[in-house]
Write a protein that binds this ligand. Structure first.
Ligand code: ATP
Length: 362
């Protein structure tokens, strides 16, 4: 990550730390968000996503570090003086105001004349597909519709940056999936940068241009979904994003890294001489073979540990020595594979991603 702000960044966060008493909730967090970008903050519960979002919004003040928006240092500015808006999981619409007035409320408070405020509110409602509901009241709308009103209200003032804290998590799964697509399209149409908190990796993968993976107050990796999945920067990221077989590897001098399964030698990452490595192998890249060798594959022998057939896909877990290796196939592929049956596993060297372990792992 660059140490100096990118000149064209809309949001530039530098070396933020935040403590709650003795608890270190954010550690040296730096991040740039470009104009019009959709960035997801992703990580397990308690990793600091909301704390980071609240620091950007101004509801929390970092102990140290700076936050700039559009080049202006906003670190000590109150929320309402920042050129952004926030959508929370539990949005609160005014029950006694019509949908139109709920959305027009923001511009009115900013001194926009009523006629113009109403016009802007109508445009915003049209964008979220709710123009026909303008005269109704919040209690007359479904949860998904209410969430759309909350969104319209958040962007009616055309902020440069919209912060969203798990805005879809209160919706049922089907509606949530639909809203993910809608929200993504809306963001592209508006061209407003979104910073979106979620603990749902599928949600992050399907919506964001870039994903920020957090763990225990630290940013572990920033990248697009594909990069994070195929080239995880740490054991934590490999394990948190999707399913992963994590196998130990041992450095053998300049020769390479010796894998625990298949005992193949794979090349080093640069000149790194650290002794401990983890090999990441995704289950869809592990093939089951009925012969000990196959061209281009690293192979080994094992025994079926278990077979889980869910109709759409089959996961076969194979014990190879002391290691377990999951192999995933589409469809029903577990026929004839019973626990205890001997089987060969194979994978391509190019599908193995090697991670060097830090000297002291967090
Ligand atoms: P979740 O997905 O569960 O919302 P999160 O990643 O958003 O998790 P945060 O809400 O940022 O996590 O919290 C990070 C850590 O800081 C947690 O351990 C939490 O208990 C702690 N924390 C957050 N706010 C406060 C507070 N006001 N006072 C004390 N501790 C806090």
């Amino acid at each position: 990550m660059p140490a100096t702000p990118k000149p064209d960044a809309l949001l530039s966060i530098r070396s933020i730390d935040k403590h709650f008493g003795t608890y270190h909730a954010l550690r040296d967090v730096s991040l740039d968000v470009a104009h019009g970008e959709f960035v997801a903050l992703l990580g397990p519960s308690g990793c600091g996503k909301t704390t980071l979002l609240r620091c950007i919004a101004g509801f929390l003040s970092p102990d140290s570090g700076t936050i700039r928006i559009g080049g202006e240092d906003v670190t000590r500015l109150p929320p309402h003086r920042r050129p952004l808006n926030t959508v929370f999981q539990h949005y609160a619409l005014f029950p006694h105001l019509s949908i139109l007035d709920n959305v027009a409320y923001g511009p009115r408070r900013h001194g926009v004349p009523r006629g113009e405020a109403v016009e802007r509110a109508r445009e915003a409602l049209e964008l979220v597909g709710l123009d026909s509901a303008a005269g109704r009241y919040p209690r007359e709308l479904s949860g998904g519709q209410q969430q759309r009103v909350a969104l319209a209200r958040a962007f009616v003032n055309r902020p440069k940056l919209l912060l969203l804290d798990e805005p879809l998590s209160a919706l049922d799964l089907k509606l949530r999936k639909r809203m993910q697509i809608e929200l993504k399209h809306l963001q592209e149409k508006l061209g407003i940068a979104f910073v979106f908190v979620t603990h749902d990796q599928e949600e992050a993968m399907s919506m964001a241009n870039r994903i920020v993976v957090m763990n225990r107050g630290v940013i572990e990796q920033v990248g697009d979904g594909r990069a994070i999945y195929t080239r995880p920067a740490s054991r934590f990221v490999a394990d948190f994003i999707g399913e992963a077989n994590l196998l130990p590897g041992t450095a053998e001098g300049d020769a390479g890294v010796r894998l625990a399964v298949g005992s193949a030698l794979l090349p080093h990452l640069g000149a790194d001489t650290r002794q401990r490595y983890t090999a990441v192998l995704r289950p869809e890249h592990v093939e089951l073979l009925n012969q000990p060798e196959a061209p281009g594959l690293i192979t080994d022998q094992g025994f079926v540990e278990d077979v889980i057939d869910t109709g759409g896909q089959t996961v076969v877990t194979v014990r190879v020595g002391e290691h377990l290796l999951a192999s995933r196939r589409l469809g029903m592929a577990g026929e004839g594979l019973n626990p205890g049956a001997p089987v060969f596993v194979g994978f391509r060297p190019g599908h193995v991603h090697i991670i060097a372990e830090p000297a002291t792992h967090r």
